[in-house]
Structure formats: C-alpha cells, structure tokens
Design a protein around this ligand. Structure first.
Ligand SMILES: [Ca+2]
Length: 234
C-alpha cells in the first residue's frame, strides 16, 4: 500500500498515521503534551530503550531536565558518576544544588532534582562500583528519598542488598554538606571541606565525591569508578 505519510502532511508536533481507508490522520505527538511527558527515565516511552541522554519533565520543572538514562535491568536515572577525574567535585552548595558536570561522563545531577524526583513517587537507589582490578560491586537500597532545601536535602536511605557492603547506612537521615555549608555534627571540622559534598554525620568512611586523585572510598576500600542511579518503584 502507498504510504501517504511519507509525504509528511502534518504540522510540527503532530504524528501522521495512515488510515485503513487510504487517508491519513494527524494526531498530536504525546511528547508535545506536557501532562504526558516522562517525569524520569522510568516513565520514558517504551520505544526509547537505549541508554543515553533524554529530556524528562519532573513535576515542578516546566522546561524539562536533561538526564542520563541507563536502560539495563529496567530504566534508571543516573544521579552521580565518577570515571576519570575530569570534573571538579570541590563545589559550593549552589553547585551541588543545581548540579554540574557532563552527563556523558562525570557529573552530579543536583540536589533540587533529587528532591523533586524522589518526592514524586517511591524510588530505589543503586550504586555501582568498579575496583582497580575491573571487578564490579553494587549496593542497592530499596528506599531513597531526598528532602527539600529547607531540610538541607536530608537523605532517607534504607533497605540494603548487594555485595559492596552496607556502608551507606552511615548516610541515612543526614543533612547534605558542602565546604561552604557545614551541616555535619562534627564540631570543629567540616567533613565536606576535606571530602566534598555529601550527606555527612561524622565524616565516616564513604567518599564517592571526594577528589579523584584521593580515590573513591566505600568503606575501607578504594574504587576506580562509581555510578549512582535511581529507579521509580511506584
Ligand atoms: Ca562540622
């Protein structure tokens, strides 16, 4: 049958569909309708099943937000990645709040987006770590929620499974700190001055944002790369 849609008679923002009687119908592309836009990687249309950068529309973001979606074992929104030390993680509160870096390489998605996303549904967290021998370890947390700015982006991280060890339990229920915002409980020390932005209580032994030249630490172990990503569960 001749495909009339090949002539593309529809307006921008519309999709052409061939009708059975030989005519065509132009329907609004769902991606152009804001209510139907994906809030995160989990809600991407099913045809988009390749890992890469996509624009998503969290509930309070009108203009959309570019995120890196990892499509393996379901769709994950990547929130942190360290690979080669190319990005500076010694950053201010505002930088950690709004995010920084290169989505294709090293970056921090941004605390305000972590809040918007994780308050719009239930989320789990997965952390992937590769050691200096190239062996991969992971830690998954069945609950991951980040509070709003007024709460200093308080973390809720529970329900560990994996083989990397439950070292992120020390991060649960903590305020976020940066070198210019000391929210840890250590009186004369700002852990973030030494180890960069994170949810600290005492400084503990979990440093995935510290300077790359110092190594990434999960428990007492040094790792070469890290990736943190979240997936909507309900
Ligand atoms: Ca302190």
């Amino acid at each position: 049958m001749y495909d009339i849609c090949l002539g593309n008679p529809c307006k921008p923002g519309e999709i052409c569909e061939n009708k059975k009687d030989g005519g065509v119908v132009c329907v609004k592309d769902k991606e152009e309708i804001h209510e139907d836009l994906p809030e995160d990687c989990t809600k991407l249309r099913k045809c988009k099943n390749e890992t890469g950068v996509y624009t998503v529309y969290p509930s309070t973001s009108d203009n959309g937000l570019d995120v890196f979606c990892s499509i393996t074992n379901g769709s994950w929104t990547v929130i942190q990645r360290r690979t080669d030390g190319s990005e500076n993680f010694r950053r201010t509160w505002v930088h950690y709040e709004n995010g920084f870096g290169d989505l294709q390489n090293e970056f921090w998605l941004g605390n305000k987006y972590l809040h918007v996303l994780t308050s719009s549904g239930s989320y789990k967290l997965s952390v992937e770590l590769v050691d200096t021998n190239g062996s991969m370890y992971y830690a998954e947390y069945s609950t991951f929620t980040i509070g709003d700015a007024a709460s200093n982006y308080t973390s809720t991280i529970n329900g560990y499974s994996g083989n990397a060890g439950n070292y992120m339990s020390s991060t649960n229920g903590r305020y976020f700190s940066t070198y210019d915002h000391d929210n840890d409980v250590y009186d004369k020390v700002n852990c973030a001055s030494k180890y960069n932005g994170w949810w600290y209580h005492w400084c503990s032994n979990l440093f995935l944002n510290e300077d790359f030249s110092d190594g990434l630490r999960w428990g007492g172990t040094y790792f070469r790369t890290s990736q943190m990503m979240i997936q909507r569960t309900t």
